[in-house]
Design a protein around this ligand. Structure first.
Ligand code: XCC
Length: 659
């Protein structure tokens, strides 16, 4: 029974443990709690108190006369606003942290990437000559804060888009001002009796999403890089097997890197390690879940214990002394579940408390002290540990491909550019590009859509980049290793071999989808495969989306010109008009379109069809899988032919085969 709930053997094993112990997880609740079919399809209007109006059957309008299209469009726009708020508030907190650091008030932090600070100052028009790093950082932090609340004009980072793209946004009137203004306006427009034209509402949804993608999220990524370092490839391991039976296990779960960075520092503190030893542990072992995990994986190689649906399973191992959470994607169920174990659930954000959790408020002005206190508390909990069950599954991985590194790896400092990638696409060695991103969703087998798509895409010579929980899935199933190039199509394999990269590149967390926008813009401006993002043979895919953030990301990708495909099913299914507006309608306006298909096979088909269509429009060589792959494989063949455990790698235990 557990097999169909996940394709991850570690999850399957832990679900059996949970079942034997009578413990409830999201996998079980998804079976019991059926989704409301009216709400799921976008046909429920609960915006005013004459309702909720359920527009089904013969009921085609609500009490106020609102049509199905208006209702579905309003619901959709509110999802975008919710998602954009979450990412952008994350970015805002990083601006506050940068300001504190610039003023010398950010205990434990420092500016780790001055070059990036200068680059960001350059985007913002902040002078750098003859000024100290602190002075520049203070101006950058303040300018970033202003961006969130900007009332008029265009947000600065939209200038990083191609000229053509900026023009499209201006002409459509969807150039974003500040994210706070766009979100508030979405809530206003979708209040009862305001904007009642579905197309007009959806245009503003695009504007709001752009304020996130080219504003809040892009700032979150840049400010994180300035403060904590721009990622470069690191080796690590993924899955629940990274937990250790003889060490204090601390899991960091959530999104913002401010706290997790300091926990990384505290967990390496010799005094705290010595303290852990006094409690009988051999050391302190840190692991992550969800996107905060991506942040510390990319910068420090801290191993991910898993993605969204692993959060409860980690506690059920009985081996976690503390699960430390901040914001987003944290299930309320953790509070009650943790009571069955010695695990302490520790909330840290002033924005988020959970019944059953201990609250230890994190203050970036005393960040290191806060982190030390949390780590100490976890150590104190180690002697309370009972029986454990850690599934022995891990997979090696390489993560941390920032767009700066992607450029560097294609020619070093000497001649780094996107030319080699563009040439490989033009020649047909690489058929196209795909970003596979987003969540797990307990309504579908965990990782199934993500992994099957990744597997098929690379086999079809499509270079894949991954973020968020899709990145974790790729890591858990072994797709983030260079040797996975042997599962790639022949042309893609040649490119991976020449550069020494996996065919699936880990680009970071959910806010780091903004890195994908930057990569696509650089590919477009490099020339040879079009002038703008919508010319590029590429797609965005979110196979197992779960939350509003995914909808916001999908919308800004579309508004930036990307054909974006989601799995699970459409939240506007009930309205044919809205379904058409966000697909063909948006394609006419911005070149990208948003579509939802439950079956990953259909997503694959649509992806390859779109890539080939774009190749044809650019007059590129017709993709021919038999054309490449004769060069260079021979010296590596014996290496790859050997069983993984004989390849002198560092696996503890790899999966035999992804089913
Ligand atoms: Fe959350 Fe970012 Fe989704 Fe995973 S992927 S479930 S949003 S952690 Ni972004």
């Amino acid at each position: 029974m557990a097999e169909v709930k996940s394709i991850d053997p570690a999850a399957i094993e832990m679900l059996e443990v949970a079942q034997a112990a009578g413990l409830d997880t999201a996998f079980d609740r998804a079976e019991r709690v059926k989704p409301c079919p009216i709400g799921a399809d976008g046909a429920c209007c609960k915006i005013c108190f004459m309702g909720p109006c359920r527009l089904v059957g013969k009921t085609t309008v609500g009490v106020c006369g609102a049509t199905l299209a208006t209702v579905a469009a309003r619901n959709f726009a509110r999802m975008v606003a919710g998602g954009a708020s979450a990412h952008s508030d994350h970015g805002r907190d990083l601006a506050f942290t940068l300001i504190a650091v610039a003023k010398g008030e950010g205990q434990g932090y420092r500016i780790r990437d001055e070059a990036k600070l200068y680059a960001v100052a350059g985007y913002m028009g902040i002078p750098t000559a003859g000024r100290t790093t602190q002075e520049i950082a203070l101006d950058v932090g303040n300018k970033a804060l202003e961006q969130f609340g900007q009332q008029r004009g265009e947000i600065i980072y939209t200038r990083r888009a191609t000229q053509k793209r900026q023009q499209i946004w201006r002409e459509l009137g969807i150039m974003p001002r500040g994210v706070d203004r766009e979100v508030v306006e979405t809530l206003h427009r979708t209040h009862e009796g305001v904007d009642l034209d579905a197309e007009h509402i959806l245009d503003h949804a695009m504007r709001t999403s752009l304020a996130d993608g080219w504003g809040g999220s892009m700032l979150a990524t840049d400010l994180s890089d300035v403060l904590f370092g721009t990622p470069t490839p690191v080796q690590s391991m993924a899955n629940l097997g990274v937990l250790k039976d003889d060490e204090v296990n601390i899991i960091i779960h959530g999104h913002e890197p401010t706290l997790s960075e300091m926990i990384v520092v505290a967990s390496q503190d010799p005094d705290l390690i010595a303290y852990a030893k006094t409690k009988g542990a051999k050391g302190i072992n840190l692991a992550g879940i969800c996107c905060t995990s991506n942040e510390i994986l990319m910068r420090h190689g801290i191993p991910p214990a898993g993605n969204f649906l692993h959060q409860e399973l980690a506690i059920i191992t009985g081996a976690v002394e503390a699960m430390v959470v901040d914001v987003q994607c944290i299930m309320q169920a953790l509070g009650d579940l943790a009571k069955n174990f010695h695990t302490e659930l520790i909330t840290t954000s002033r924005k988020a408390k959970i019944p059953g959790a201990v609250h230890m408020q994190f203050d970036e002005h005393k960040a290191l002290d806060s982190a030390r206190e949390i780590v100490r508390r976890a150590i104190d909990n180690y002697p309370n540990r009972g029986q454990t069950h850690i599934p022995n599954y891990t997979h090696d991985l390489v993560a941390g491909f920032s767009h700066e590194y992607l450029r560097y790896m294609q020619g070093g400092f000497y001649r780094g550019s996107f030319r080699p990638l563009n040439d490989a696409i033009a020649a047909g060695r690489i058929r196209g590009l795909a970003g596979v991103v987003g969540c797990n969703n307990a309504r579908v087998p965990q990782d199934e859509g993500i992994i099957n798509l990744v597997k098929q895409l690379i086999a079809n010579d499509v270079l894949v980049v991954v973020t968020g929980c899709a990145a974790h899935a790729s890591g858990k199933h072994g797709f983030l290793t260079p040797e996975m190039m042997m599962s790639a199509g022949p042309g893609l394999r040649e490119v991976c071999e020449a550069i020494g990269i996996p065919p699936v590149l880990h680009l970071g967390s959910c806010v780091d989808n903004a890195r994908i926008l930057t990569v696509l813009t650089q590919v477009a401006t490099e020339g040879g495969i079009g002038e703008d993002i919508d010319d590029i043979p590429g797609v965005g895919i979110c196979p197992e989306y779960m939350c509003e953030k995914a909808i916001a990301i999908g919308t800004y990708c579309v508004a930036s010109g990307v054909y974006t495909l989601f799995g699970i099913g459409s939240p506007v299914e009930a309205s044919e008009e809205v379904t058409r507006l966000i697909s063909e309608g948006w394609e006419k306006k911005v070149g990208g379109k948003l579509e939802f298909y439950k079956d990953w096979n259909v997503i694959l088909e649509k992806t390859l069809e779109h890539i080939d269509k774009k190749r044809a429009a650019l007059n590129l060589a017709v993709y021919d899988p038999a054309r490449f792959g004769r060069s260079g494989d021979v010296p590596l063949a014996p290496f790859f032919a050997a069983p993984p455990e004989e390849r002198n790698l560092y696996s503890r235990k790899a999966y035999a085969e992804v089913k």
